[in-house]
Design a protein around this ligand. Structure first.
Ligand code: TMP
Ligand code: ASP
Length: 261
């Protein structure tokens, strides 16, 4: 599949056009950012791991009927995806209170929530992706009521599926972020899951030790970022595709290589 011109470059991924109508290539970079780009580094091998982990999760979601943009993984860093019109909302799901929720509301870190909590943020880097109410979404026509209803239903199902999947490998799914997009099927608009699901977009804690196995290791300078992502991949049963895994060795973590930018 030949890559065409760059359509969009985000903080961790690049989208390229393809010759096939409605299809694009999603490329995973090694760039890590936090606090809306204020902290930046290159974490060698992160893109390769996120590509594999996100492929695994989205394939599994597809198998339980949750439609998403993934067509197939192409290589170590790229996936063929359906080109969507992205809905400019980040959907955050929380099972355990931590991160910005505890800062904002003073809730004790680690409080288990009785029901999953869904929050919406407006996807706008210049504004630091502010938290919004559902009413803002309708007031500014970012999505329709029908679309939000579908998004909420899909989000709860994704949370149930992923919580079980991670629990089975000794990991608590603390919280995560989803993005959705629109595609057109014979003039019929459909909302599907887009973007990625990986340790960049989830908080994952080891069940026993509560060790963080996600991007909080970068946000909080905890070290061993790649080793944590490798541990998630290993527990998910993802194995390297070739014997030439100079970029990432899943069994023997190579020394961590972070270049501050
Ligand atoms: P928060 O506690 O910082 O609001 O993050 C909630 C979850 O959303 C956490 O799993 C990390 C994820 N997230 C992203 O994927 N992208 C973002 O830009 C932010 C702020 C959070
Ligand atoms: N996506 C946010 C950024 O790029 C960071 C985060 O995940 O906390 O800065």
């Amino acid at each position: 599949m030949n890559k065409g011109k760059k359509l969009y470059e985000g903080k961790a991924k690049i989208i390229y056009e393809t010759k096939e109508k409605g299809l694009a290539i999603q490329h995973f970079k090694d760039d890590a950012t936090a606090f809306n780009n204020k902290k930046k580094a290159t974490v060698e091998g992160k893109g390769v791991l996120n590509n594999r982990i996100s492929e695994h999760i989205l394939n599994n979601l597809n198998q339980v009927g949750i439609k998403n943009h993934l067509v197939k993984r192409l290589n170590m860093r790229e996936q063929l995806i359906k080109l969507v019109e992205i809905i400019p909302i980040e959907v955050i799901v929380r099972n355990i209170a931590t991160g910005s929720l505890t800062k904002r509301l003073g809730v004790t870190d680690g409080t288990v929530l009785e029901k999953p909590l869904i929050e919406f943020c407006y996807k706008k880097d210049e504004l630091d992706d502010p938290l919004i109410a559902k009413e803002h979404i309708f007031a500014f026509n970012w999505a329709t009521k029908e679309e939000i209803k579908i998004i909420e239903e899909m989000t709860f199902r994704i949370n149930d599926f992923m919580s079980g999947m991670f629990r089975g490998i000794g990991i608590k799914l603390v919280d995560f972020k989803l993005e959705f997009g629109r595609i057109w099927n014979n003039d019929q608009k459909e909302v599907i899951l887009a973007d990625e699901i990986s340790p960049d977009t989830c908080r994952l804690w080891d069940i026993k030790s509560e060790k963080k196995l996600d991007k909080d290791r970068f946000r909080k300078d905890l070290g061993n970022i790649i080793q944590a992502y490798q541990e998630v991949a290993r527990r998910l049963g993802i194995v390297p595709e070739t014997t030439n895994v100079s970029e990432v060795n899943f069994k023997k973590p190579t020394s961590i290589n972070i270049k501050k930018r």
